[in-house]
Design a binder for this molecule. Structure first.
Ligand code: NAD
Length: 458
């Protein structure tokens, strides 16, 4: 069968894989190829064990793979054949040179752009799917278009707003799809081509068109606003603990104000994930580079509060465990940065585990999907660390349990059984406020939740 369009995505990660699986499922007339430099990852995408866990992803890939969705390590050939190329390579925080620790590291992006140029024989639309600093498109256009091949590339921005854990639902029923381009005839034509892809399943009124700089900046700002809400409620959680107010009650009361809204007001040990911190730091760096010091400091404080909250959680454990955790077994329930994903990038659990290990605790980590990544994250710690898939075994002989990921499975465990198997007095630190405190207290636990008065038996 001849396909109507050849779409390529460079980067088969958390964004590229699921996004293109959705495009393939919704557009059977398009041939969709996803490529990556990581050959093992491509092998995994072509196997029955996909490289990432995401609810609904297995089914979606199964439905489309080999029909109009293909995963390949052949980057050059696929560039040649594509008319539209999405680029969803990683854009981590720079770790070296100017802007280290803040600016986005665009080396992968630039390499991709040069690779597209080297392997193209005709005009193509290049779509920025990765999250990028505002005005990146201008550099990309220069790399792509200052060539001797007389080929014209149009750069379009189409940032991805999916959230891990709900990626498939977010892709199928997005709040909005944003497509930004230059407002030149060529830019508008390219924008239309990208919009047409999404019109296969997204209602037209949910597709926003904008100038390219607004589109690039909107993604950074969306993440900054989301993270800011978490830091705002987390800052209030500390005040609640001092005043016997309950942060969930406060969040409930303010969230019913339609101007505030109820979402993203859950106090916790802190936010994680590959994006929030990196994107805010990138925003901070951009503001600084334009001389907007006050704006930079304002957004930087969102990251600072998050780090403070993680540290506060560890300190609270330490103080309440009689100022020492050395030699004490402590079970961490959850290592993923949120429920329904195996992703541990920037997970607060990394910080908590490191803090406890530095105090010479015997840390046992359990998680339904993230143990492989947890092992990798903590590979430098040789002593005092165990990984245990079964939460009951993890808690056995422990002095304390700390809930660090809001997996549903932790809500319904037999805590009576867990209590009996632990060293007494037994402590539970609920870093996600998912457990029934009163019930746990009645079972005999000393219970510490975020932004709530502790329930102690002494
Ligand atoms: N993870 C999320 O929830 C999320 C959501 C929205 C936006 N984003 C953004 O999307 C981008 C990708 O994020 P991700 O989480 O999918 O990252 P990821 O690390 O999971 O995947 C990126 C992939 O790109 C590949 N890659 C790097 N250079 C390459 C090259 N030259 N050629 C081919 N492949 C190459 C890597 O091997 C990797 O598999 C980032 O900019 C991120 O900020 C991520």
């Amino acid at each position: 069968m001849a396909f109507e369009k050849n779409i390529l995505c460079i980067g088969a990660g958390y964004v590229g894989g699921p996004t293109m699986a959705m495009v393939a499922a919704k557009c059977p007339r398009y041939r969709v190829v996803v490529v990556d430099i990581d050959k093992d990852k491509i092998k995994a995408w072509n196997s029955s064990h996909l490289p990432i866990f995401e609810p609904g992803l297995d089914e979606l890939v199964h439905q489309t793979r080999g029909k109009n969705l293909f995963f390949s390590a052949e980057i050059e050939k696929n560039i040649q054949e594509a008319q539209i190329i999405f680029v969803s390579v990683n854009t981590p925080t720079k770790t070296f040179g100017q802007g280290a620790g803040r600016a986005a590291d665009l080396q992968y992006w630039e390499k991709t752009a040069r690779q597209i140029l080297a392997n193209s024989k005709d005009a193509k639309v290049v779509v920025e799917k990765s999250t990028l600093p505002v005005r990146t498109a201008s550099a990309m256009e220069r790399i792509l278009n200052e060539n001797h091949k007389h080929i014209r590339f149009e750069v379009v921005s189409n940032p991805e707003f999916l959230a891990e854990g709900t990626a498939i639902r977010d892709l199928e029923f997005p709040d909005r799809v944003l497509v930004g381009s230059r407002e030149t005839p060529g830019g508008l034509k390219a924008r239309k081509e990208v919009v047409e892809i999404f019109l296969n399943w997204v209602p037209g009124e949910k597709i926003l068109e904008s100038n390219i700089w607004s589109s690039e900046l909107s993604k950074l700002v969306a993440n900054a606003f989301l993270a800011q809400r978490v830091s705002s409620i987390n800052s209030i959680s500390a005040l609640c603990e001092k005043t016997e107010a309950d942060v969930d009650e406060v969040a409930g009361a303010i969230g019913m104000d339609s101007r505030i809204g109820p979402k993203f007001l859950k106090a916790s040990v802190g936010f994680g994930g590959s994006c929030f911190k990196k994107d805010i730091l990138n925003l901070v760096y951009i503001c600084e580079s334009y001389g907007l010091e006050k704006v930079a400091r304002y957004w930087e404080s969102v990251v600072e509060i998050n780090e403070w909250q993680e540290n506060r959680f560890v300190q609270n454990m330490l103080v309440n465990l009689f100022n020492t955790v050395a030699g004490k077994r402590i079970a961490l329930f959850g290592f993923a940065f949120k429920a329904d994903t195996g992703d541990t990038r920037e997970s607060p659990a990394i910080y908590v585990a490191q803090g406890l290990l530095a105090e010479q605790a015997e840390v046992v980590i359990t998680d339904p999907k993230a143990l492989k990544n947890a092992r990798r994250d903590l590979k430098n710690f040789k002593k005092g660390l165990t990984f245990e898939p079964d939460p009951y075994k993890a808690a056995r002989n422990a002095h304390a349990v700390a809930v660090l990921t809001e997996w549903d499975v932790y809500k319904d465990l037999d805590y009576k059984r867990i209590f009996k198997s632990m060293i007494q007095p037994a402590f539970i630190f609920d870093g996600r406020n998912i457990l029934d405190r009163k019930k746990l207290y009645d079972l005999g636990f000393n219970v510490f939740a975020v932004g709530k008065a502790p329930l102690k038996h002494f």
